[in-house]
Write a protein that binds this ligand. Structure first.
Ligand code: RB5
Length: 150
């Protein structure tokens, strides 16, 4: 599995930790930065990660800022992206099973490393359930098609 990862300064440490964990788990990881705890703007990294998904260079994305909120707001502006803010295990499972989310957002100032690792494991191993959820996703995709210019 190929995964893009990105963070701002507030998510940098957790990004580095998760990057190592993902590589140990045999995932191919493309790191879009940031590269230190120096202050940066989260949308710059959200857009790079999301564009790599839209271009189908990678399958999924992981984005980390202080709360995960800014990253999820920015990521969901990109056509074709369904970003899920998951700071707990239940949300992580539902995000894949119900929402077919292709981006996982987390809060580096909210989560400890152990919980973040479990969230990533559950999120990556979850499978979309389809059925009634498919119909709802289609409504979102159709709305995007009608309202976004290419
Ligand atoms: C940075 O201070 C912080 O605002 C950012 O990491 C994020 O939490 C925004 O949603």
């Amino acid at each position: 599995m190929k995964i893009a990862i990105g963070s701002d300064h507030a998510g940098f440490r957790l990004k580095e930790f998760l990057k190592d964990f993902l590589r140990e788990s045999k995932c191919e990881v493309v790191d879009f930065g940031t590269d230190s705890e120096e202050s940066v703007d989260y949308p710059d990294f959200a857009f790079k990660v999301c564009e790599s998904i839209v271009k189908q260079d990678v399958q999924f994305g992981i984005l980390i800022c202080g709360t995960g909120l800014g990253m999820s707001i920015a990521a969901n502006k990109v056509k074709g992206i369904r970003a899920s803010l998951c700071n707990d295990l239940f949300a992580a499972r539902c995000a894949r099973e119900h929402n077919d989310a292709n981006v996982l957002c987390m809060g580096g100032r909210v989560l400890g490393e152990a919980l973040a690792k479990e969230i990533v494991k559950i999120w990556l191993n979850g499978e979309f359930q389809g059925g009634r959820h498919e119909r709802r996703i289609q409504k979102i995709t159709e709305y995007e098609r009608k309202t976004h210019s290419d």
